[in-house]
Design a protein around this ligand. Structure first.
Ligand SMILES: *Cc1c(COP(=O)(O)O)cnc(C)c1O
Length: 375
């Protein structure tokens, strides 16, 4: 059986986890957490990067930092993972979903403005499959209406838009290091903070509402409870696992891109015949090969293809029941405008296996199976 996903493992993880244990510092903000935070700050150029326990929690922190209150509205696509909405629902917000673009499956930037009301507080673009949303337009709207922008860049670590790293364009950027993402620590994430003025509050929220981060830096003599907060910092053992992968960032990126390009070129014939559609990467975007998907004719054909692949030992999956049609989506949100693409496109999408270490022969075998299905 060819798995859909295998968690990334580069080989040095155990050595670093052992080092964290030998350091006798396995709680948060030890050696490896600092290495990772600094790495993201240098790599992305953001003002502040903080590892968190998940991307969901990074989004929650962003919602607190944006001062989201009951009754506020937050605009996002419906075609996304539940966490994007959950984080804002937890602050009492109403979610306003708008339609996606059929090419990138990202929020349609041209539909955002019409969904804005006096209650709107933030826009949450999701960079689907690690391919950037049309950020210039989104940032322009946010500025015009004085809204916050929180990037759900869970899938977009190392991807760029006009040369800039995803997660650094909005006020806050949220990364995921779940085992299904390009770089992993089991469960984990990071919050990127653009404005230096918000960094201190972010540290306080992450450390149970205390100014312990300042204390550790020797900037104050004792630490105390200064504001509302929670516990959003991961164990240094998890950070050690991630650090091993950050040291191999190019290996991981190149390996995934090679598989992605092999799929793309191999399936181009079927796309040229109009039997399937392939992902679209706008010219302003460099992507990180987070996933390889194809779009088939409809739900029925997708179900048949998944079944066919399974019978032939290949696990392929679909995902995202649009949030606005889920029970919680109906309770906490509403769809603004027409659902022209969200539902139909979500029913056509099929993800093929893609992970670090996926072999070229395996990709070829999967391509051959998809071709055979269409014969
Ligand atoms: C994976 C993912 C999340 C959640 O990440 P966790 O680290 O598991 O909390 C949020 N949004 C998107 C778009 C994702 O793909």
């Amino acid at each position: 059986m060819i798995n859909f996903n295998i968690p990334p493992f580069v080989g040095t993880e155990l050595e670093y986890v052992k080092k964290a244990i030998d350091n006798q510092k396995i709680c948060g903000d030890g050696e490896f957490t600092k290495l990772c935070n600094n790495w993201f700050e240098e790599k992305t150029g953001t003002n502040k990067a903080l590892l968190t326990t998940s991307c969901t929690h990074a989004l929650e922190m962003a919602a607190i930092l944006c001062d989201i209150k009951p009754g506020d509205e937050v605009i996002m696509p419906s075609y996304t993972f539940v966490s994007t909405a959950d984080a804002f629902v937890s602050r009492g917000a109403t979610i306003v979903f708008v339609d996606i673009r059929p090419d990138t499956l990202n929020i349609d930037e041209n539909l955002i403005e019409a969904a804005i009301t006096p209650k709107t507080k933030a826009i949450v673009p999701v960079h689907y499959a690690g391919v950037s949303c049309e950020m210039d337009k989104i940032l322009e709207i946010a500025q015009k209406y004085n809204l916050k922008v929180v990037e759900d860049a869970a899938q977009g670590v190392t991807s760029t838009y006009k040369g800039k790293q995803l997660g650094t364009l909005g006020d806050y950027g949220c990364y995921s290091f779940h085992e299904t993402k390009n770089f992993s620590m089991g469960e984990g994430g990071a919050l990127l903070i653009k404005d230096p003025e918000n960094a201190e509050q972010a540290e306080i929220i992450r450390e149970k509402g205390t100014n312990r981060s300042k204390f550790f830096r020797g900037q104050i003599d004792k630490y105390t409870w200064v504001d509302f907060g929670s516990s959003y910092l991961p164990s240094d053992m998890n950070a050690a696992y991630l650090w091993a992968q950050l040291e191999k960032v190019d290996d991981i990126c190149n390996d995934r891109l090679a598989s992605w390009n092999r799929y793309y070129n191999g399936l181009k014939g079927l796309a040229d015949k109009g039997l399937i559609e392939l992902p679209v990467i706008p010219s302003d975007c460099e992507h990180n090969a987070h996933m390889f998907y194809i779009k088939v004719k409809d739900l029925e054909q997708r179900t048949a293809l998944i079944q066919y692949l399974k019978e032939n030992g290949v696990m392929a999956v679909f995902h995202y029941i649009p949030l606005h049609s889920a029970p919680a989506g109906k309770k906490f949100g509403r769809f603004h405008g027409e659902d022209k693409y969200t539902t139909v496109e979500s029913e056509r999408l099929l993800r093929l296996p893609l992970y670090y270490g996926l072999e070229a022969e395996t990709v070829d075998r999967i391509i051959a199976l998809v071709e055979k299905f269409y014969k």
